[in-house]
Ligand binder design. Sequence first.
Ligand code: SF4
Ligand code: SF4
Length: 473
Amino acid sequence: MSVRIDERYCKGCGICVFMCPKKVLEESEALNKKGFAVPKVAHPENCINCHICEQHCPEFAIDVLDEKKAAPSPSAAQKPQAAPKVPTSTREMKTLAPRTILLQGDEAIAEGAIAAGCKFYGGYPITPATEIAEGMSRLLPLNGGKFIQTEDEISAIGAAIGASWAGAKSMTATSGPGFSLMQENIGYAVMTETPCVIVDVQRSGPSTGQATKPAQGDAMQARFGSHGDYEIIALSPSSVQECFDLTIRAFNLSEKYRVPVIILADGEIGHLRESVRIPKKIEILNRRMPEQGISNFFGKPEQGTAAPMPAFGTGHFVHVTGSTHKEDGMRDVTTKEVHERMVKWFCDKINENKDDLVQFEEKFIEDAEILVISYGATARPALGAVQDARKSGMKVGFFRPVTIWPSPEKRLREILAKGKIKKIIVSEMALRGYFPEIERIVAGKCELVHNSKIGGEIHTKDEILTAIKEANK
Ligand code: SF4
Ligand code: SF4
């Protein structure tokens, strides 16, 4: 085995020395540039490949590699242009190696982005999303990508959109106030059919609110935050594993439909630590470039879900504008038919593909008379409360939208059409949140209870169980 400590990131905490069961690592007096004492790999021959040191290093500074099984170095095309002074090939191998690793939700989003082929991140640090920027600032240079810390969130999403048109899969991440600042450019990304991923790790608002505290108040902003007519895709992770998986899905959907895709996480999930299984194979959708000579890069394609997208500098004549434009990108802001055709296409490519987009989890639906709907972090105590209620003989079901937008309207209507559900409880960390959408879908077919909680604390299982008992009376 080869155990390597990247001294640039080590903060000398000694956790690895303490955790190693074979005393492979020892404290040392060698200081890195930041003045931290970097442990030394004193007895590599004793290493048993348990990865405990790697999993517990808070700075992701350790790589444990089986030299015999190590993957080949990335191709020359993938390598960063400026040759780094420290070994860097290990991160590429580590990122893609199947393994189970302890990660924070935000870190899993960064790892998922790299696995999905993200090559650019523009962002401004903001709690509780900062760890995504930190992760990307470390991972991107080691994977042939670029990281820019921008002066604000407007330029962050602007840079992500620009990078996408330069041919790079791109991402930005933020929270409440930053998400508000990004809204105009989300509309620009819709208008220019620009694939990019935007992460909103929701916190309490309005305005700066409770900076580090979780909330779920941005569902409607994710859907309607920009002006004009459009549809959007938003995914909500409920575990750290889903932070990884849904980030990859977000990139794939973004490429498939040429749309901005929002990951609507929350501070609780963003800061939660759990095991994440990095699978052996990850399905990645790459950018579809047009053939030379083709000039219609926008609007409904003859085939497929979006037109192929060129990159600047590849020989295509590319015109990108936020104004109403024809299929070749040229402005036409006066012809009614052009605007109508373009905007309908923005909506159709989402609305006509809901079966492909909508993802949900449901349990105990068959005999349910009460249905608990919850998503993100709140879905976890909600499921626990449903399980406890069923143990007490109550007929309660559980439904979790994973795709928040477009909403799982079709499936919820199917459940309601069976006529068994008498009451629906919506549990979320918001006073408004996602409730209006459930209200719209239910449309008076049964009683609705909004089990909302604000103030920066997630519901306890007992609080949701109390709501279920109340509904069962
Ligand atoms: S756990 Fe990581 S940061 Fe802490 S001393 Fe070891 S290598 Fe350095
Ligand atoms: S992989 Fe396990 S045995 Fe090897 S250095 Fe890390 S903690 Fe020690």
